[in-house]
Write a protein that binds this ligand. Sequence first.
Ligand SMILES: [Zn+2]
Length: 300
Amino acid sequence: MINSIENVAVTGGTHGNELTGVYLVKHWLSHPEEVKRPSFLTELHFSNPSAIDEIRRYVDQDLNRQFNIEDLNNPDLRGREQQRAKYLNELLGPKENPRIDFVIDMHTTTTNMGTSLIFNSGDPLEVGMAFYIKQHMPDAALFYNPSDRLQDNFLRSMGRLGGLVIEVGPIAQGLLNYQVYSDVQTAVMHALDYLELRNTGQDIPLPQKMEGYRFLKKIPLPENAEGEIDAMIHPNLQNKDYQAINPGDPLFITLAGETIPYDGEQTVYGAFINEAAYYDRHIGLSLMEKIQISLEGQHS
Ligand SMILES: [Zn+2]
């Protein structure tokens, strides 16, 4: 079945200090032919102009945690990003029945995650997009973070038929780096090409399964009794995103140099290892499990 895709939003600056997406939106606003596809309209948006102006991730709250349906409909939430999310809900949504069919949201990470394609449903349109991009960019990682669209609090969840986060690193906050810029740009081009192929009913040869990772949980940085961080990512783990963490492997090292091992019972895989943006919440890394992702949505 062909889904009718009419409106696609490509968004940058959801986090104001991730300049890659901001500058790609600037570039495409002056070169719209690059994101134009015959069968649908591509809109370009700066998600969080206040934070972009200040080159900060956010001003009051993380914008990319404000899009769950209850929060969007809660008039008491009046922080800068909470109000911005309500504005974007009017512009792109409403969430219950969005005008925008698909959201491609561009992010960067300080971690060594390369090109990560983050999607949240088993829907073949979304999974197929990730597969298609990975076919063309074999080093990209498929990052499956299951959630219900209405409950999901990420901007990507504003797409009626789905959304994709393109997350590329490593790059420091507030910087441009051509390799990262080029990788995000290339991934967006493939995403738009894929939607064009789907929308016009063309046969897209995709594998039935591809290897990927399913999000399990976030692991906090160890704290002392006062709630201050008192350990950091162990040097053996630094930059080892998507590599195996086995029971007993070093996870953290305290300020005094004492190793804290992984005390789980199964092999897992790290992601967002030592992400600068997560220090405000004292999060050290995410744990993932390696899975086979199926085009039909039965991931195992
Ligand atoms: Zn981001």
